[in-house]
Design a protein around this ligand. Structure first.
Ligand SMILES: C[S@@+](CC[C@H](N)C(=O)[O-])C[C@H]1O[C@@H](n2cnc3c(N)ncnc32)[C@H](O)[C@@H]1O
Length: 463
């Protein structure tokens, strides 16, 4: 495919951050899917490596990915590569001169950077590396401050910090195209956020979730366990309209005890809307409301382009839903019926995920994505434990380790078919654990016990 400058498909080099390794491939694949392009790695692709070479893309595609990715640091049009500097030279001299010349002519200004992965080079060694590229036909003028074109020599010294080889394992040279959105991790850090809670989702992971969900401009995104709205902040940054619900009155209304160490009570205007205002995306805020995710209040329709959420798993907050084990005796004439605030009861993990998958199957548009965190007790985890649903296809399942025995997995599913009958939602016999693997339910029941969930009841209105 030709770009506006008439330049067609090239090979591109992506430099990826070496954290959240599991999350990188699904992120890049999701962003490629947004541009309608397949993931085509070239050569010796290693998922955990810091550099990936991708085929079948044009510069516009690469810019689109870099405008969204929090996993990719930078992207380059790859001009040459090799295991040694001599191989790099041979490869660069084979690169078509018509592809190079638009960026090397007399009137152009340029700069060459040297980047080393897993090794620090002395300044003089960097200069030597640049001087050694004298075989390239640069005709323009060097400008360190504001060059028109930036080139980069990248040396990969492997991923073992205790075993750094003397010579690089692989070397690349390319024209810089764009940087990724790593800066969002700092600019949106929860440390500086207006409204936070004990379980506010980390900024980097929130943006990652939004990317896995393929959210885009003018989408409608819903978070059924919205808390302080960190996921809404990320989705609104990418131009989606956002809304959510939470069972906790204080969280939704920004009242009660503050999560900041130096502050006892939440101040005025500490709420989700103010969070979006802080980042200039208030116009994407629809609303949030106090509601119980186990009892849907939405009309039966495919309303949402994405459902993205961090359900409670009882480690830092309790998993509760409205209801009681006691029979509530209502006055015969029902006078007090409307003002009754029900007590809460434990919301078992298996029920949370059953409800979430059922809800998503009914309320996502076709092709819409559900992205959520699944808690895992690592010694017992098996892939078959991930809840499934006939209308939702599992897209990715990435692990984030929390401790030696616990982790959580970011699950991404895509709606592939409509539920055959809408009233299935009301059918208590349907469970994502049934048929496939009944032991999943057992697993979540044992996880419930580990999280220390008792069947005790408490009021949920306020503190
Ligand atoms: C892990 S927190 C979500 C944190 C959120 N992502 C944030 O960034 O602040 C889970 C939230 O689920 C809410 N919750 C618990 N049970 C619920 C229920 N039955 N329905 C709706 N929300 C519920 C809790 O009040 C809590 O705010």
């Amino acid at each position: 495919m030709a770009t506006p400058h008439g330049r067609s498909c090239f090979q591109y080099l992506f430099h990826l951050a070496q954290d959240n390794l599991d999350f990188r491939l699904p992120e890049i694949k999701s962003l490629l899917a947004l541009t309608g392009k397949p993931f085509q790695p070239s050569g010796n692709f290693k998922e955990k490596a810091p550099f990936w070479c991708l085929d079948g893309l044009c510069e516009e595609d690469v810019r689109g990915i870099m405008a969204r990715s929090v996993c990719a640091k930078s992207a380059f049009e790859l001009w040459g590569h090799g295991q040694t500097h001599s191989e790099l030279r041979t490869s660069l001299l084979k690169y078509p001169s018509e592809n190079m010349s638009p960026f090397m002519h007399k009137e152009s200004t340029y700069r060459i950077n040297v980047y080393t992965f897993n090794k620090t080079l002395e300044f003089t060694d960097r200069i030597k590396r640049i001087d050694a590229l004298e075989y390239l036909p640069f005709e323009g003028t060097v400008s360190l401050k504001s060059p028109q074109h930036i080139f980069c020599l990248l040396e990969d010294y492997g991923t073992e910090p205790n075993n750094i080889p003397e010579h690089p394992l692989y070397i690349y040279f390319g024209r810089w195209i764009a940087d990724g959105q790593r800066e969002l991790i700092r600019s949106h850090s929860v440390k500086n956020r207006h409204f936070i809670g004990n379980t506010s989702m980390d900024a980097g992971l929130s943006f990652l979730m939004a990317n896995h969900a393929k959210v885009k401009e003018n989408d409608l995104v819903f978070d059924p366990f919205v808390g302080t709205g960190s996921l809404l902040v990320a989705c609104s940054h990418f131009g989606s309209y956002v809304c959510g619900i939470d069972i906790d009155y204080n969280t939704i209304h920004g009242r009660g005890r503050s999560s900041r160490t130096n502050q006892k009570w939440r101040g005025p205007d500490e709420n989700i809307r103010a969070n979006l205002r802080q980042y200039g995306t208030e116009k994407m805020y629809l609303d949030v409301m106090v509601s119980d995710a186990s009892k849907s209040v939405w009309r039966d329709a495919a309303l949402f382009d994405a459902i993205i959420t961090d359900p409670p798993y009882g480690i830092r907050e309790s998993t509760r839903r409205t209801g009681s084990h006691k029979d509530i005796t209502k006055p015969a004439d029902g006078i007090y019926g409307e003002s009754h605030v029900p007590v809460s009861q434990a919301y078992n993990l298996s029920d949370i995920f059953t409800d979430l998958l059922n809800f998503s199957a009914h309320h996502l548009v076709m092709g819409g994505r559900l992205v959520y965190w699944l808690p895992v007790y690592s010694p017992e985890y098996k892939e078959e434990m991930v809840p499934l649903h006939p209308c939702l296809q599992l897209i990715s399942n990435c692990e984030q380790t929390l401790s030696s025995h616990t982790s959580r997995r970011l699950i991404t599913m895509e709606k592939i078919k409509e539920p055959e009958e809408f009233d299935r939602l009301a059918d208590p016999s349907f469970s994502p654990y049934q048929g496939h693997n009944a032991f999943r339910e057992k697993y979540f029941n044992s996880l419930n016990k580990r999280c220390g969930k008792e069947e005790n009841k408490s009021d949920i209105n306020g503190e």
